[in-house]
Write a protein that binds this ligand. Structure first.
Ligand code: SAH
Length: 341
């Protein structure tokens, strides 16, 4: 890959319009990019709807070199896991087909900047931030693998990495994913999940209308500090105060992710503390069964505990869903992305 050329997948409509000196040519180029199948390994000499002279400017400034797919594995439930490689970095994505639509879980970093004790990705350490072009390329590649009746319509930044430690590129990628004429995802079809990086959350709420998911995973700062060491910097009270303020000022709905760990954060008291913490927050709680990996000291909660926890939260009036674990046997479930192949 050459250094001086930009990835076509990472350009905004405005940038493409400037290069092609016309918005309608830029729209034609985007239409081509998101329809062409297979995606060519390099930019062709001409594309439909754009004069070869104008297109030559794009070819001079840009390239189209998608990440290489190093591994592609389908699990029994139809979940598809990819391992990609680009410029020396490896990262993973997971395509999750469902009734009528598919969801893609993308990585924002190769490895991760955070050190959550219950997550397999953390063991890899940090590789590098992914560029917007690499974030969008994950969508472009997976789009072609979505089943016919379940087109790829949702993107969640819940793969490897902490998106709010790479927020410039994540925001740029979201802008591109929302662009007309393609992929043109609605803001509500994109979710960014954070381990709780407060300054990033503040900026995201100002600059994006997409969903924010907060991986809470604990109900006391002591508990959370053990699981997610960065929390010393941004305690629970501060994280939730931001969501509370935002809930008072807008209609935003927040997803609160909570990984249930046996005997650690799954008691009735935890459930009650969670309800108290979420007072005034327009929240939906997603309970995530812990997915194990070798060398992990935590175990998933027993199912009667999961149900008791869910009932307490639900009875307080907060919607509380139990995430089903998909792709577990191919290491594609939450927190299992650790480049096993
Ligand atoms: N860094 C971001 C996004 C990646 S993690 C974040 O923390 O939100 C995506 C989700 O997977 C988070 O909710 C996280 O708590 C959860 N997770 C991590 N490891 C897990 C594991 N082993 N089992 C189940 N969920 C896990």
């Amino acid at each position: 890959m050459s250094d001086h050329k930009r990835q076509l997948t990472g350009l905004t409509l405005e940038e493409l319009t400037a290069l092609l000196e016309s918005r309608s040519r830029a729209l034609a180029a985007l239409r081509w990019l998101y329809q062409v199948s297979p995606v060519p390994a390099a930019l062709p000499e001409r594309i439909p709807g754009v004069s070869p002279e104008a297109w030559a400017n794009v070819r001079k400034a840009c390239e189209l070199s998608l990440p290489r797919t190093v591994m592609r594995r389908v699990s029994a439930d139809g979940t598809l896991k990819y391992v990609f490689e680009a410029a020396g970095a490896r990262f993973e994505a997971v395509l999750i087909p469902a009734e009528g639509r598919s969801t893609l879980c993308v990585s924002s970093q190769s490895g991760c900047t955070r050190h959550c004790a219950f997550c397999a990705t953390a063991r890899l350490g940090f590789g590098r931030n992914l560029h917007a072009g690499e974030l969008v390329a994950q969508f472009l590649i997976a789009k072609g693998d979505a089943p016919a009746g379940s087109p790829l319509r949702n993107v969640v930044f819940m793969g490897m990495g902490e998106p709010f430690d790479n927020l410039d590129e994540v925001l740029r990628a979201i802008g591109i994913l929302e662009q007309p004429p393609a992929p043109q995802l609605g803001a509500s079809h994109i979710t960014v999940s954070t381990s709780g990086v407060l300054p990033g959350m503040e900026r995201f709420l100002r600059e994006s209308e997409s969903h924010l998911a907060l991986s809470l995973n604990a109900t006391t700062d002591a508990q959370r500090a053990e699981l997610m060491p960065q929390t010393r910097q941004w305690p629970l009270a501060q994280l939730l105060e931001l969501l509370r303020m935002s809930s008072a000022q807008s209609e935003r709905l927040f997803f609160v992710e909570y990984v249930l760990l046996d005997g650690f954060n799954d008691s009735d008291d935890d459930a009650r503390r969670l309800v108290a913490l979420l007072k005034g927050v327009r929240a939906r709680v997603n309970l995530i069964p812990h997915n194990g990996f070798e060398g992990c000291g935590y175990r998933p909660s027993r199912s009667e505990r999961v149900l008791a926890f869910q009932r307490i939260v639900h009875e307080s009036g907060i919607r509380c869903l139990l995430r089903s674990s998909r792709g577990d046997e191919i290491g594609a479930a939450c927190g299992q992305l650790a480049l096993r192949s």
